[in-house]
Structure formats: structure tokens, C-alpha cells
Ligand binder design. Structure first.
Ligand code: PRF
Ligand code: ZN
Length: 372
């Protein structure tokens, strides 16, 4: 088996899990946040910088790499790790979610999804078998099954059909997978916001016995309390001896709430995307660096952060870079935001160790507020 999850302990106060995920490219301490490197790069960050801030695993996207530069090219380069000079663990998402996000540009059938490229409009078809072929060529440590993520809101009938198709596709993915000894294929649970459908999906997907499981179909526009409610009844049904990954979730409050509900892995473009728009996540809440109030603020971006950006640059300088359209602005704020989230997860792991994650949540929310 390519990956093995080791449960170290559960927080006595919250039930959150402290664990380790052993992969062919090293061991990951969980709960963990995975920076997103959609196109074989975490935008603006070099692999050396990612290592400096203790990123343990990054995520990349099948859909994007298939379209450009092509999975055959990445395979020729020696695989994704070698191609992008990152020798730590990588997870690839299957393209299911990205393709479904294309809206009018795609057509779903039992066989797979036909879509037009967002780059040049060319026609393509991705089936579960094709998604796995691409993921096998890319060579990530963890690969995701090809699923259908229902939109929100969606009626019961629609969600039921899409979760049942996701199960049939998961079976086809498992059969198509060529490298189970070096790449772990994770199953994805769907079922929208319906309790009985989530139960059905967990039962069907876990029956296929994957080495890990993701909760998909959340953070798709529903209110946060609804997402927490779905997690409340979904995670207790998932096997305790396998990693649990909440897909596309990455605001600080959701990371803490997810960990409390037994999630081990998270990913999100939020920290890097908002960084390029000049927004920082800090220990005292959101800082929108373009605001005039920072014009003469010569203090650090986050008074409680010791990252490279906060040790060396002021809010006034970062504001100037942003206003002047300088590339360094996006780099420095991305560096800080990722450092902040990775550090938050480290604090979460420490709080689980000390059985006080609910106390930690209270303190964090009092300081941070609820604004992201
Ligand atoms: N499925 C896949 N990738 C995803 C999602 C999903 O449901 C989500 C949902 N937030 C993000 N990324 N394959
Ligand atoms: Zn910082």
C-alpha cells in the first residue's frame, strides 16, 4: 500500500485527530493544510521557500496539467516531482471538480465528461479511466477518484443521481489504477447537504476499500454552519484508520472547525489567491493592504508573525508594492499567508496533543474575528 495513516491520539476535549500519513515521499503530520499548486507551481513560491515554511505536501490539478503541458510531457520529464523540483509528497485532484466548474462548457454522461478547454476552446473528454491514466502519468503520492460534485443548492433527486454515479465512477477508477503500490487512490464522498445521501455515499465508497477518503461537495456556496452540520454526521461514519480529507476548504475558521470534526487534510487556493489581491490573513484578522490606513504604517503585516515577510517589511512598503503593481507584493503576501495557515495547523496539532483544541478555538476566534 502506498500510504498508511497512523492515528496517534484524539483530543479529549474535541475529538480531533492527531496523526501521521506515511507516503513514498515522506511522512506528513496531520491535521495538515496543503498549499495548492494547480499548474505544477504554488503561485509565486519556489519549492525552497515552501520547504522554508514547512509545507509538507502540496496539491496539483489533473485537469490543468492534462491540458497544458500534457501529462505525457510530465511523464517524459520523470514525473511531477522531478518536473517541478519538489521531492516531498504531492496529491493530485482528479479534475472532476474543475471540469464541473466549467458550467456551459461541459456535458456529463455516464461515460464521463465532455468539455471545452478554458485555454483554447478545444474539445476534450475525461472519463474515470482517463483521469486515472493522467494521474498515473503525473505520479503523485495520493491521487483522487474522478467524482461529480453537485452544485449548491441542488434538489435531492439530482444529488442522489450524482452520488450514485460517483460510486460507479469510483469503482471504474479503482479498476483502471495501474500503480497502487506507489500511488494511493482516495475515494470521494458526495451526497450534498442531505443526511441520508451522505450516509449512502459513505457506505458505498468505504465498501470499495480505498486507502483514504475525501469529503467532497462541501464549500460550494453553502453557509458555513450547514457545512459543519454535514461534517457532524458524516465524519463519524468514516473509518478511523484511514486519512480524511476535506476538499477545497481553507479559511482559518473552517480549518479549526474541520479538525474538531475529525478531518486530517485540507487544501484551498484562498491564502495564495487573496495574497495576490493584497489581502493577508493575520493573527488579528484580515488585513487589506491597499487600504489608505496603512499608508504610514511602518509595523509588520502581522505583529505576532515571525515569517520572512513580517521580519523584514512594513505594511506601508507592502501597500506601496501592491499599489505600484509590483510582482514582489504577491510573493511576500503569499509567503506570509501560507506561513500563517501552516503555523495555524501546527498550533492545532499542539492543541490536540494538549487536549485543549476547544480552548484554542475560543482564543483564536476572539483574536481573529469571523471575517474570512
Ligand atoms: N471533488 C473534487 N475536488 C474538489 C471538490 C470535490 O467535491 C471540492 C469541493 N469543495 C473541491 N475540490 N474532486
Ligand atoms: Zn508573516
Amino acid at each position: 500500500m502506498a500510504v498508511k495513516y497512523e492515528l496517534i491520539k484524539e483530543c479529549k476535549q474535541s475529538g480531533a485527530r492527531l496523526g501521521r500519513l506515511h507516503t513514498p515521499h515522506g511522512t506528513i503530520e496531520t491535521p495538515i493544510f496543503m498549499p495548492v499548486g494547480t499548474q505544477a507551481t504554488v503561485k509565486t513560491m519556489t519549492p525552497e521557500e515552501l520547504k522554508e515554511i514547512n509545507a509538507q505536501i502540496i496539491l496539483s490539478n489533473t485537469y490543468h496539467l492534462y491540458l497544458r503541458p500534457g501529462h505525457e510531457l510530465v511523464e517524459k520529464a520523470g514525473g511531477l516531482h522531478k518536473f517541478m523540483n519538489w521531492n516531498k509528497p504531492i496529491l493530485t485532484d482528479s479534475g472532476g471538480f474543475q471540469v464541473f466548474s466549467l458550467g456551459d462548457l461541459r456535458k456529463i454522461s455516464e461515460e464521463g465528461v465532455e468539455f471545452r478547454s478554458h485555454i483554447d476552446g478545444s474539445k476534450h473528454f475525461i472519463s474515470p479511466e482517463k483521469a486515472i491514466e493522467i494521474e498515473n502519468a503525473l505520479g503523485a503520492d495520493i491521487i483522487m477518484a474522478f467524482d461529480e460534485c453537485a452544485p449548491y443548492p441542488a434538489d435531492r433527486e439530482y444529488v442522489k443521481n450524482s452520488l450514485e454515479r460517483t460510486t460507479r465512477w469510483a469503482k471504474r477508477c479503482k479498476e483502471a489504477h495501474r500503480n497502487p503500490d506507489t500511488q494511493a487512490l482516495f475515494g470521494i464522498i458526495q451526497g450534498g447537504m442531505y443526511k441520508d445521501l451522505r450516509e449512502q455515499s459513505v457506505a458505498e465508497i468505504t465498501a470499495l476499500d480505498f486507502p483514504g477518503y475525501a469529503v467532497g461537495g462541501l464549500s460550494v456556496g453553502e453557509p458555513k454552519p450547514l457545512m459543519y452540520e454535514v461534517l457532524d454526521y458524516t465524519t463519524p461514519l468514516m473509518p478511523k484508520d484511514k486519512a480524511r480529507y476535506l476538499m477545497g476548504v481553507g479559511s482559518p475558521d473552517c480549518l479549526i472547525e474541520g479538525a474538531i470534526r475529525g478531518i486530517d487534510m485540507f487544501d484551498c487556493v484562498l491564502p495564495t489567491r487573496i495574497a495576490r489581491n493584497g489581502t493577508a490573513m493575520t493573527s488579528v484578522g484580515k488585513v487589506v493592504i491597499k487600504n489608505a490606513k496603512y499608508t504610514e504604517d511602518f509595523g509588520p503585516l502581522d505583529p505576532n508573525c515571525d515569517c520572512y515577510t513580517c521580519r523584514n517589511y512594513s505594511r506601508a512598503y507592502l501597500r506601496h508594492l501592491y499599489k505600484a503593481g509590483e510582482i514582489l507584493s504577491g510573493r511576500l503576501v503569499s509567503y506570509h499567508n501560507l506561513y500563517f495557515l501552516l503555523n495555524l495547523m501546527k498550533d492545532v496539532r499542539e492543541a490536540i496533543k494538549a487536549d485543549c483544541l476547544l480552548d484554542f478555538r475560543k482564543e483564536f476566534f476572539e483574536r481573529y474575528g469571523y471575517d474570512l
